[in-house]
Ligand binder design. Sequence first.
Ligand code: HEC
Ligand code: HEC
Length: 261
Amino acid sequence: MLTLRKSLFSSARFLLGAQLLGISLASCSSHQKPPATPAAAAPMSAAETAALVTRGKLIFDQTPKYASTYVGNQLSCSDCHIHSGTADYAAPMIDLAGLFPMFNKRAGHVISLQNRIQECFSRSEAGTPLPTDSPEMLALVAYIDSLSLGTKGKPYKARGLVRIPALQGNPAAGRHVYISKCIGCHGDEGDGEPPILPAVWGRDSFNDGAGMNSTEKMAAFVFYNMPQSHPRTLTLQQAYDVAAFIHTKPRPRFNQAYKNY
Ligand code: HEC
Ligand code: HEC
């Protein structure tokens, strides 16, 4: 696994130098001040692009700290998109950029990658959709671009969440699962210990408009990725039960003003 991740990063870095440079440059240069000297008018250097990618990864891993204006809770992108968006079936960002624009069922129309990021801000981050030309958005898009393996238009094999059959979750049984398998990290009040251990309900968690607020989606996430110390040790039924239990708890309300995101 470690080797796989390492080779992923080195190929991403290679692509960054070889191919992606032009794309990121075009989107960023228009937001810079007029250059003072002809030398500064040159396209963004590889070092500058790398700095933007680094900034994007920082925002991805510590969203409440580095994009505080737009975040309403204590969750970072990487609390769900595990290992900075590179973990299989934790909705990874790998090879994602090339798939957009795409049709979005929730919005009912075609959306861009920027729109999809705005959607996670207004729902999963319980915050507000950040402007498409904000420095935070430019950095996040540059970071996601850098995780492209170059198979443009083809979905990554472990994209999204793992596919599971639809079962009925039992909240009472799920309470026992939570107490024996989750409480040690996520706490008896579901509030975890941000930023290390994320909240699964309450003020600091995702809102009721988020994808994770669907029992099936949370069950799929938990089934494959949790408990973090021993992933893939729950039965499917336990995953559904614990998701159903967590969904009986309070959380922030989705702001309907953002329903197009
Ligand atoms: C509470 C968990 C959670 C948080 C926090 C979160 N997301 Fe998501 N995100 C999801 C889920 C769940 C999906 C949908 C996966 C699916 O249905 O396949 C998703 C989907 C996405 C997608 C589309 C992926 C695809 O394969 O089409 C993007 C892009 C994305 N999120 C970006 C972000 C960014 C950037 C942040 C941080 C600003 C973020 N998300 C924060 C849970 C979260
Ligand atoms: C050893 C500590 C640990 C245990 C045990 C654990 N988790 Fe997590 N959980 C984490 C961490 C850390 C993350 C953030 C992602 C990552 O780094 O793996 C996370 C992320 C999550 C998320 C997405 C982020 C959020 O806050 O909504 C959910 C949902 C979740 N865990 C549910 C569970 C459930 C259900 C169990 C029990 C079956 C469980 N976890 C057990 C540590 C743990």
